[in-house]
Design a protein around this ligand. Structure first.
Ligand code: 5GP
Length: 118
């Protein structure tokens, strides 16, 4: 069984304004900000405000809203970065590559022939 939600994770601190972030979108339920170590220019994280560790313990209504924000951000990035495509990813638990334990979606504009940074 996964660990419980920890209120001191880095995105909880960002949501509370205790750590700065470059926010590109915010509504009542969701925030989107720039990833501090972008895998490509325009790498955005979409983060629901409700406390869940990842998709496995998320409330379905929270998820439903978050995915509409992911779509909005993807469309905006496609246009602003003149992208050829948009990569969307989401990791759950360390075995799947999760390192920050507050639910988030990666949204990354992609260009033909340009690899992601590791
Ligand atoms: P994941 O948990 O999905 O593997 O990735 C967490 C992501 O959060 C990484 O892409 C990492 O660069 C990003 N990240 C970690 N710490 C911070 C931070 O303090 N600020 C921002 N904006 N992004 C962060």
């Amino acid at each position: 069984k996964p660990a419980a939600y920890d209120d001191n994770n880095i995105f909880a601190k960002i949501l509370r304004g205790e750590i700065p972030s470059h926010r590109i979108y915010e509504d009542q339920h969701t925030v989107a900000f720039m990833d501090v170590m972008p895998q490509a220019p325009g790498h955005v994280l979409v983060v629901p405000k409700a406390p869940s560790r990842n998709i496995l313990d998320a409330d379905p209504a929270t998820l439903a809203h978050a995915i509409t924000v992911v779509q909005k951000v993807a469309k905006a990035l496609e246009e602003v970065f003149d992208a050829d495509g948009v990569f969307i990813a989401q990791f759950n638990e360390p075995a799947a590559g999760q390192t920050v334990f507050h639910l988030h979606f990666h949204v990354i504009p992609r260009h033909e022939g340009v690899a992601l940074k590791p």
